[in-house]
Design a protein. Structure first.
Length: 250
């Protein structure tokens, strides 16, 4: 039994720092692989906000304020509503999606789900085991199996995501990209910025979320083969070890 469950325990205890994080280029590949407009918009939504998939699926049409460049999101985990900034990229994606959405179902109501479920595909009459290709939207119902969406799109993009963790991969990727951007722009409170974006109560949770792999690489780059305790001395006073050995042999 221990041998059978060893792999499961290893995966379930895997730390966030070892989890896969996508680059901007990989996220763009994922978007381009989404053939259905709703799926592309949903992926863009998570990638631009870092929200949980459960939070995204609860969004209604009324929760998007284009003029204010804001999104109003209910967080069931903490039972509160927060305001999330609307990026230019996401605004473009949502406008394209809402245009398609309106063409598909008619005038939208404020209460309609932003990312509605598709009606269960029916078999075409006279064609055994051939599904109806039309994906009819039901704006009054929520998507119930979002893992199928990200799995199919990732396969189409040639990107391997951990089963059961794919949507959270996008959330972690958003966090890492935001953190790196904040650091690059000189924000000393980069970690706090990401904490606020992810709606984490504790900064320690955000630290685990971001992982330490990149920081450890930077640390190694700073130290390997370079002076540390003598870094503040005049370089002219530091004799390379190989030169000292050569003098000794002479």
């Amino acid at each position: 039994m221990d041998q059978l469950t060893e792999g499961l325990r290893e995966k379930s205890t895997q730390s966030n720092r070892n989890r896969y994080r996508m680059t901007r280029d990989e996220i763009r590949r994922l978007l381009d692989a989404a053939a259905f407009p709703r799926d592309r918009a949903l992926i863009a939504f998570i990638a631009n906000t870092g929200l949980r998939i459960s939070e995204a699926l609860r969004m209604r049409v009324r929760d998007v304020a284009f003029q204010k460049e804001e999104l109003y999101v209910y967080l069931p985990k903490t039972d509160e509503e927060v305001t999330v900034p609307l990026s230019l990229d996401l605004e473009r994606e949502l406008r394209v999606w809402l245009t398609h959405y309106t063409e598909a179902v008619g005038p939208l109501k404020r209460s309609h789900y932003l990312f509605p479920v598709c009606l269960r595909p029916m078999f075409m009459p006279g064609h055994a085991q051939v599904r109806n290709p039309d994906r009819v939207l039901n704006p009054e119902a929520m998507i119930s199996h979002p893992h199928v969406i990200i799995k199919d799109v990732a396969e189409a993009a040639g990107i391997e995501l951990d089963p059961g963790d794919a949507w959270h991969t996008l959330r972690r990727s958003f966090a890492r990209i935001l953190y790196e951007d904040a650091r690059e722009h000189g924000h000393d409170n980069s970690l706090r910025i990401v904490q606020a974006a992810l709606n984490h109560k504790e900064v320690s949770t955000t630290e685990r979320y971001l992982g330490l792999d990149i920081e450890r690489q930077r640390y190694a780059h700073m130290i390997k083969g370079k002076p540390f305790l003598t870094a503040d001395l005049d370089p002219g006073k530091i004799v390379d070890l190989s030169e000292r050995r050569a003098v000794g042999r002479g």
